[in-house]
Design a protein around this ligand. Structure first.
Ligand code: NAI
Length: 345
């Protein structure tokens, strides 16, 4: 039996992981706590750990997992910026779920955008109190507006299709543009200058951290709407707040926040929020925050559990070879052993 410590387990994770685990003689130890240096010991006697976006998988944690005899870190997410892939190399293999439902995230981005621009959240609260007044609820047509999409991978491309369905003019920026995709690529500055709406769909890397900061906001149109369903660190939240205060930014739709790790995914309604910046953002009438829920659809949860279980199985039954392995070398494809059906190290 393969034993897996599943950190940061939520009530909605259990049914699908239990179902797919039981099919393959895999036992999940569900742990409500997040993985970090203080909780790593809970993985004792396990073959693998299964982690999510806000678990801390730094060098110290990886070294201790290695000492405990854990062979594999199985991310149940696509993004892996919380894992020190370089530190893992040569010690612990890392696998992820590259795609589980890109539709879930792209559709959530559009849901946020529509809610914000058409003031649905405000109208909902009003009519519940029999307030049928329309003042303050004026939105704008999406048709004919320019949307700038940053990152044209799986999610970004679906978001582009959705926007085209609304009759929007789509421009995009990607570090690695897709050839013959029919997407109109522009330089980042041009995207900032021309877009009425900007939606972020690129990964968080050293290069993209705070790509939406004071300078970028300075180049944007007055009244621009910013949507971030990717990673909080893409936006400098202080600069965003300044842009909102100065009336430069028309609205912000945030499913992610740079300092979300100790806040999101939990009920904190009975507590005083210690993050002044987040509290200030949430208090703004033109900011909508959801708690990293873009992925949360039934289809996505099932696909996440199924792929994670298959990743773990293929690692333990396939001589360590797993198509969804992440490794330090894979940034340099010519060194990629996976291509040769070998383990990454
Ligand atoms: P993907 O890997 O298919 O696409 C990412 C795209 O970003 C690629 O086209 C890549 O070339 C581009 N890119 C890389 N570096 C860039 C840079 N410096 N500037 C501009 N573009 C760059 O990834 P996918 O599946 O589309 O996911 C995108 C992001 O969405 C993930 O990195 C993750 O952070 C986020 N995500 C958020 C979820 C949520 O629940 N809010 C759930 C799943 C993913």
């Amino acid at each position: 039996m393969i034993k897996v410590a599943l950190y940061d387990a939520k009530i909605y994770d259990k049914p699908s992981f239990e179902y797919y685990g039981n099919l393959h003689d895999m036992h999940f130890r569900f742990l409500e706590t997040k993985l970090n240096e203080d909780t790593v010991e809970l993985a004792k006697n396990c073959d693998a750990v299964c982690v999510f976006v806000n678990d801390t998988v730094n060098k110290a944690v990886l070294d201790r997992l290695y000492e405990l005899g854990v062979h594999l870190v199985a991310l149940r997410s696509a993004g892996y910026n919380n894992v020190d892939i370089k530190a893992a190399f040569g010690k612990i293999h890392v696998v992820h779920v590259p795609a589980y439902s890109p539709y879930s995230v792209a559709e959530h981005a559009m849901a946020l955008l529509l809610t914000s621009v058409r003031r649905i959240h405000k109208a909902y609260n009003r009519t519940r109190e029999f307030n049928f007044a329309l003042n303050g609820l004026t939105g704008f047509d999406f048709h004919g507006k320019t949307v700038g999409v940053i990152g044209t991978g799986k999610i970004g491309r679906i978001f582009i299709d959705i926007c085209r369905g609304f009759g929007m003019n789509v421009i995009a920026y990607d570090r690695f543009p897709q050839e013959n995709s029919g997407i109109t690529y522009v330089e980042l500055d041009e995207l900032f200058e021309k877009s009425d709406i900007i939606s972020l769909h690129c990964p968080l890397t050293d290069e993209t951290r705070h790509m939406i900061g004071k300078d970028a906001i300075g180049k944007m149109k007055k009244g621009v709407v910013i949507v971030n369903t990717s990673r909080g660190g893409l936006i400098d939240a202080e600069a965003l707040l300044d842009g909102i205060r100065e009336r430069k930014i028309g609205a912000a739709c945030l499913d992610v926040y740079e300092e979300e790790a100790d806040i999101f995914f939990e009920d904190r309604s009975g507590h005083i929020l210690n993050d002044e910046l987040l509290a200030r953002l949430i208090s703004m009438p033109n900011v909508i925050v959801t708690s990293h829920q873009a992925f949360l659809t039934e289809e996505a949860l099932n696909n996440i559990a199924e792929t994670t279980v298959n990743n773990i199985l293929s690692y333990f039954s396939n001589d360590g070879v797993c198509d969804n392995e992440l490794c330090y070398h894979c940034g340099h494809i010519e060194h990629c052993r996976k291509e040769r059906r070998e383990k990454c190290f």
